[in-house]
Design a protein around this ligand. Sequence first.
Ligand SMILES: [Zn+2]
Length: 613
Amino acid sequence: MPKSDNSLDRRLPQVEKLLKQIRITLSLIPDFPAKPKMTYRNATWRSLVAAFTLVCLSVSMPAKGLVQEPILQTGESVEPPQPDGAVTVSSEQQTETNRDSIARGVVFSDVDKDGRFGPGDSAFVGIRVSNGKEIVVTDQNGRYEIPIQEGGAVFVIKPTGFRTALDANKLPRFFYLHKPNGSPQLKFPGSRPTGPLPQSIDFPLYQQPEPPAFKILLFGDPQPRNNTEVDYVAQDVVSELIGDKSAFGVTLGDIAFDNLDTFRTLNQTIALIGIPWYNVIGNHDLNLDATERENINETFEATYGPSYYSFDYGQVHFVVLDNIDWAAPTEKIQRWHYEGGLGEQQLDFLKKDLAMIPETQMVVLLMHIPIISIKDKSDFFKLIEKRPYCVSISGHTHDHRHLFLGKEDGFNGEKKHHHIVNVTVSGSWWSGARNDNQIPHATMTDGAPNGYSIMTFDSNGYRLDFKAAGLPASEQMRVHVAATVDTNETQNTDVWVNVFNGSEESTVKMSLDNDDEWIEFRKTLEPDPHFVDLWKRDEGVEPKLSKPKDCFHLWTQKLPAGILPGVHLIRIQTTDRHGRTYHAHRSIRVTGTQVPSAQATHSPEATVTGGEE
Ligand SMILES: [Zn+2]
C-alpha cells in the first residue's frame, strides 16, 4: 500500500487520472451491447456508476476497483460485475515501479458465481499460469506469482473440465493485460490504461462436462471489409449454426480485413451461435499504423487477449499460435511487412507448454499462416516431431488442403505430420457474382465453396468435415463434365471431380449407368475447370474473383469409349482417409447416330434408374 498522503498537490495527478478514466468509461456507455435488465444504457446503472465515481472522488481514494475492472481486460466495454465475471483484480495496487513487476493471484472455482474469490469458492492447485514466456503452476493455496512486463499479459491455461469466464460475446476471458498507460494512439483503438498492477489478479473457473468425444467449429478467414460483409458472415454461415452444440469455435485469423472496427460486429454475429469462441491472429488483424513493432497487435489484444496461448478441452491440448512476424523493410520489400514466423520467445513458450503435456495426449496447433510458409518451421517441427498425436490447422490461403509433411518437408517425425489448411468463411474474399440473397458466391480459387470445418475428437482420434455454406452436409464434391458429347468423342471427354475435403489418401471412382464396373480416377494438380469457367463468367464483377489456383483435391478421368447416344448417368464415389464414402452423380447426353459397336456397353435405356446411393 502506498503511504497515506493528504497533500492536494500530490493527489492531483491521481484525481486527473481518475477523471480521465471516468471520461473513457462514460464515453463507452452508448456502445455497450444491449443485455436484458443490466445494461449501461439503463439509466439506473449509469446513475450507479456516476454515484460510485463521486463517492470515490469525495473520499479522495485512488480509483481502486472502479475502472480497474473487466473493462481493462476486455478492452471492449465497461461491464457491471457479472455473476460469470471476467478475471478479477483486487482493489489494492502494487508499489513496484520498475518495468518488470510480479503478477500474483489465485485460480479458483467460482462456486458462488460472483466472479470473486471469497468464502465458499475453492482454490485450484497445480493450474498453469503463463506470461507468454514462463509457465508456473498454482500452489496448494491456488496462488501463483509470475513476472509481468509492461505491455505484457498474464493468462491462465484452462484446465479440462472447467471453463474460464466469458464476456457478453462468449469470448473467453482468460487473461489480464498489463498496459498501465494503455495503448498508444492508433487508428483502431487498443487497450485503455490498466493502471498500476493490481495486488491480486484472480482467475475464476467454472465447472463444465468435457467428455472425450466432442466437436469444434473452425472458421478460416471471415475477413469482412466492412459491416456489409459481416452481414454476409451472418446470413451465409452463422445463420445455419445458431444453437450448434459444438464445444467451442475458433477463427483461424484474418478475422478482419485491415478494418479492425469489424471485430466488434463480427464478435456479436458469431456470438449468436452461442458457444465459446477462440481467436487466432492473422496478418489482416494488425494495427498497420503502429510505429513500433510491439504495438502491431494492440487492437487484437484489447479485444481477444494475448496473441498466443493454450488451453485444454476434454483430453485434447490446444495451442493458439501467432505466426505473423512483423518485419522491417528489406531491399526486396521496402516497407514494414509481415512474414510467417513464430520467433524465439513464442517457440520457447511452446516448448515449455508442450513439456507439460504427455506425448500420449492429443495436441492441436492453431495458427493463421500454413506451417510450410513460416521461416522458423524447422525449430517448430523439432518441438512436435516426437509427438504421435499432433495435428496443426491454419487458414490464410483461401483454399482447402490436407498436407502430410515428411522428411522432404523438413519434418523428421516417425509419422508424417498432418497439417490442414482450412476452408475460409469468406471463400475468395467475398467476391464473385451475387446469389438471390445478394451474397457473392465467393467460391474459393481451388473451386471449393466457402464454408467452415467441423472437427470431431475422440480421445486421441480426430477427423475433419468440410461444410459448404448454405449447402446440405452431404454436398462434398462437384462433378464437372460437358453436358453433351458426341458418341465418337466420349473417350476424349474429361470428367473432373473436386472433392472439397479430399486428400492424397482419398480415392475417387466412377461408374456409368447401372454398371458394377468402377473406373478409378487419377489425382491431378491443376485449376478446377469449373472455377476457371466461373472466373471467366464473373469478369468485371467487383470485388474481382481471384485467379484460379491449382486445386489440391481434384481428380480426373476420361469417359469410356463408345457410349451410345442417349442420356446417361455418371455415378461418382469417393472414400476419404477415414474410410467414409460419399456419392454424387451427373447426367450426360450423348449425341450422334453411331451404329452400336461390339464395345458399346452403355445403352440409354439403362439411365432411367439410379440416383443418390
Ligand atoms: Zn492471411
